[in-house]
Design a protein around this ligand. Structure first.
Ligand SMILES: *[C@@H]1O[C@H](CO)[C@@H](O)[C@H](O)[C@H]1NC(C)=O
Ligand SMILES: *[C@@H]1O[C@H](CO)[C@@H](O)[C@H](O)[C@H]1NC(C)=O
Ligand SMILES: *[C@@H]1O[C@H](CO)[C@@H](O)[C@H](O)[C@H]1NC(C)=O
Length: 330
């Protein structure tokens, strides 16, 4: 929503003339996001969910102007879905609690000297922002994002890799396509398969299809992966500085995350107990004395800061960002 529209709408709410303008906003939102519903019952339900989200957004942003929050939220393509639906359909990160990762323990640790800020986008190690659609394939976007960075370092060109390749072909390795998957098992597939295709050769379709990997389209490979010490933000910082973009999992359960628009995300309810969504840390920095992680999501460029989110750093592992961090090696 245009900031002016938000201000106008707020004025209407305050003066109690909300209905016609909410109707107009709903029509505009549906058009912008190309929404159509199969029947009236479905549409009424979606409209009710959307309107509830609209109220939450307006209230939060009003509080943000009173400096009660350091981030803003907004309507986006997910605004007609409930938090439960988003968590079920999009947040498909899985974690093996009891796997033996001894051979994959990273030797990087906290305490090493690192630059005050890093942004791998500036060095061309980060590909274009993508949209996973209504498919729990975040794990594929996250793991390949880190691999694209390593390949770019080696070859000097960034070639987007194919999440669809992983969705379709890594079931044997334990992934479940749009039903969810593991960052580690993505790398296991690329290692076992001795390659992964490019996005251009094997385009994304946001649904499970049969495996169509072909060596003709091969654009990347991987020989191992390395898991950082659990919950250690210092080690994550060391890895991001020394290696490049790192695949991580975060707690993306909260509505404030779903509708994040911009600023420093520091919702204290975003605990580190449960991580359900895989994303990519592409840097870190500080702003006005507050440290943040620079994170690439796969929910399109209409979400967050052009597809990115800044999550508070060094704040007791907020959102569990350092709970399960992994980087590949070539
Ligand atoms: C309306 O559409 C929804 C979603 O496609 C579907 O689940 C539901 O059965 C439909 N209801 C009717 C009455 O057709
Ligand atoms: C770890 O590596 C050793 C030596 O290569 C190998 O024998 C062992 O099976 C590996 N363990 C696991 C759990 O993969
Ligand atoms: C995190 O905060 C602690 C204490 O506030 C500080 O000692 C440490 O250097 C900080 N680490 C990073 C990575 O900024």
């Amino acid at each position: 929503m245009h900031p002016f529209c938000a201000a106008l709408l707020l004025a209407f709410f305050i003066h109690g003339h909300s209905v016609p303008d909410v109707n107009r906003l709903w029509e505009e939102w549906k058009q912008k996001h190309d929404k159509s519903y199969s029947n009236q019952t479905e549409m009424n339900f979606r409209r009710a969910v959307w309107e509830k989200n609209l109220h939450v957004v307006m209230k939060h942003n009003q509080q943000a102007t009173e400096e009660k929050h350091s981030f803003t939220v907004g309507l986006n393509h997910l605004s007609d879905m409930t938090a439960e639906e988003i968590n079920e359909k999009l947040n498909g990160f899985k974690m093996e609690e009891h796997a033996d990762y001894r051979n994959h323990t990273s030797k990087l640790s906290s305490g090493v000297s690192t630059p005050a800020s890093v942004d791998w986008r500036k060095s061309g190690l980060v590909g274009p922002v993508t949209n996973q659609g209504l498919c729990g394939s975040c794990w594929a976007f996250s793991s390949l994002g880190a691999l694209e960075g390593q390949l770019r370092k080696q070859r000097g060109v960034l070639v987007p890799l194919s999440p669809q390749n992983l969705v379709d072909c890594s079931t044997v390795d334990g992934n479940l396509g749009c039903g969810g998957g593991y960052i580690t098992k993505s790398y296991s597939y690329v290692i076992r398969n001795k390659g992964v295709d490019s996005e251009e050769f094997y385009p994304y379709e946001h649904q499970n299809r049969k495996c169509r990997y072909s060596v003709t389209g091969k654009a990347g490979y991987c020989s191992s992966f390395h898991i950082l010490p659990r919950g250690d933000e210092g080690a994550l910082q060391a890895a991001v500085a020394a290696v490049g973009p790192v695949a991580v999992a975060v707690n993306a359960m909260l509505p404030s995350f779903h509708s994040y628009r911009g600023g420093l995300y520091d919702d204290l309810q975003c605990n580190s107990m449960l991580v359900n969504h895989a994303v990519l840390v592409v840097g870190y920095g500080s702003e006005a004395g507050q440290d943040y992680w620079l994170v690439k999501n796969s929910w399109g460029s209409g979400w967050g800061e052009e597809g990115f989110i800044r999550i508070a750093r060094n704040k007791s592992n907020l959102c569990g960002i350092a709970t399960f961090a992994v980087y590949p090696s070539l």
